[in-house]
Design a protein around this ligand. Sequence first.
Ligand code: IDP
Ligand code: MG
Length: 139
Amino acid sequence: MAGNRTFTMIKPDAVEKNYIGAILEKINAAGFRIVAMKYTKLTQEQAGAFYAVHKERPFYGELVEYMTSGPIVAAILEKDNAVADFRKLIGATNPEEAEEGTIRKLYAESIAANAIHGSDSDENAEIEGNFFFSQIERF
Ligand code: IDP
Ligand code: MG
């Protein structure tokens, strides 16, 4: 059975362009409830650890640089079928390939600076939510 929680980050490019409000509006309009949320800035060590699965990919260094270039908004979201429905809402990794109306189509600049993160599985949603939030920070 699909889980009901996912994890997201509004990435530095979208925060820099003042898209936090517009993106949260889309997330709420799509039926997601915010379970936990924080505005923070990742260190290189934290960004490197969060994206450790991509360590061998050619863009890893660029990804860590970008994700530490400014503040982000991290959140745990709740909805039936959360992981799959949220991936659909954000669109393809490359905004040029993202469907019309998706968050990446609307707000992303490039495949690297693509506005928003969404967990790719229930297992990773749990791991990623735990990376940012303690028990006491969830409602
Ligand atoms: P996803 O965020 O859609 O799940 P992943 O393949 O997991 O995409 O990649 C993680 C992040 O790494 C992307 O969201 C994007 O910021 C960055 N990224 C992915 N592919 C590239 C690339 O080819 N060049 C630069 N950055 C990339
Ligand atoms: Mg991914």
